[in-house]
Design a protein around this ligand. Structure first.
Ligand SMILES: Nc1ncnc2c1ncn2[C@@H]1O[C@H](COP(=O)(O)OP(=O)(O)OP(=O)(O)O)[C@@H](O)[C@H]1O
Ligand SMILES: O=C(O)C1=C[C@@H](O)[C@@H](O)[C@H](O)C1
Ligand SMILES: [Mg+2]
Length: 169
């Protein structure tokens, strides 16, 4: 069973995922980073050159494959909107990193390389989260609030909350 991090752009999936894996001594993979490595260019360029639909196919393939082979996995922010990915998450530990619009906007910054946020970071985040929040909520087996807390603190809380369950296995 993998530990899967979901949440909005800027929630901290990549940052917290890496820290959590290090703390637990487990292997880590960030799906966006893996796609960039395999394709040989940044996600923003894949969007620009091949389009979002193409990226979503790459994302589906990479996510489903990595779910079977890695221990801590940071998903792309929009991955949970794909029904095949949602189905593949069944049985895994799914951690939702919650973040407010204000905090997420500040974290991703105005010079975002995130293609879906270009133009109006705050406005786009509001739209995306209106659609995605119920899905994050439905999939999550654990929820952690990240506003006003550093990524290390968030990872520490996740470790503390997980260990009793692990010991019981
Ligand atoms: N809890 C936190 N507190 C403050 N800053 C944070 C926190 N978590 C992440 N950050 C910072 O916010 C930025 C975005 O974090 P990160 O890239 O991990 O988000 P993400 O969820 O992976 O986003 P995306 O879906 O776009 O990949 C980074 O600069 C990171 O250092
Ligand atoms: O929120 C999204 O839909 C995305 C988030 C990023 O992680 C990347 O997967 C890509 O930029 C799309
Ligand atoms: Mg990320």
């Amino acid at each position: 069973m993998a530990i899967v991090l979901i949440g909005a752009p800027g929630a901290g999936k990549s940052t917290v995922g890496k820290r959590l894996a290090r703390k637990l001594g487990r292997s880590f993979v960030d799906v966006d980073a893996r796609i960039e490595e395999v394709i040989g260019k940044p996600v923003a360029e894949i969007f620009a050159d091949e389009g979002e639909e193409h990226f979503r196919r790459l994302e589906e393939e990479a996510t489903i494959e990595l779910l079977g082979s890695h221990e801590v996995i940071s998903l792309g922010g929009g991955a949970v909107m794909n029904p095949a990915i949602r189905e593949a998450l069944d049985g895994h530990e799914v951690i939702w990193l919650k973040v407010s619009i204000g905090q997420a906007s500040r974290r991703v910054g105005m010079n975002t390389v995130r293609p879906l946020l270009l133009g109006n970071v705050r406005g786009r985040l509001i739209e995306l989260l209106r659609e995605r929040t119920p899905v994050y909520e439905q999939l999550a087996t654990q929820v952690v609030e990240t506003d006003g807390r550093g990524s290390s603190e968030v990872a520490d809380q996740l470790v503390a909350e997980r260990l009793p369950a692990e010991d019981a296995e």
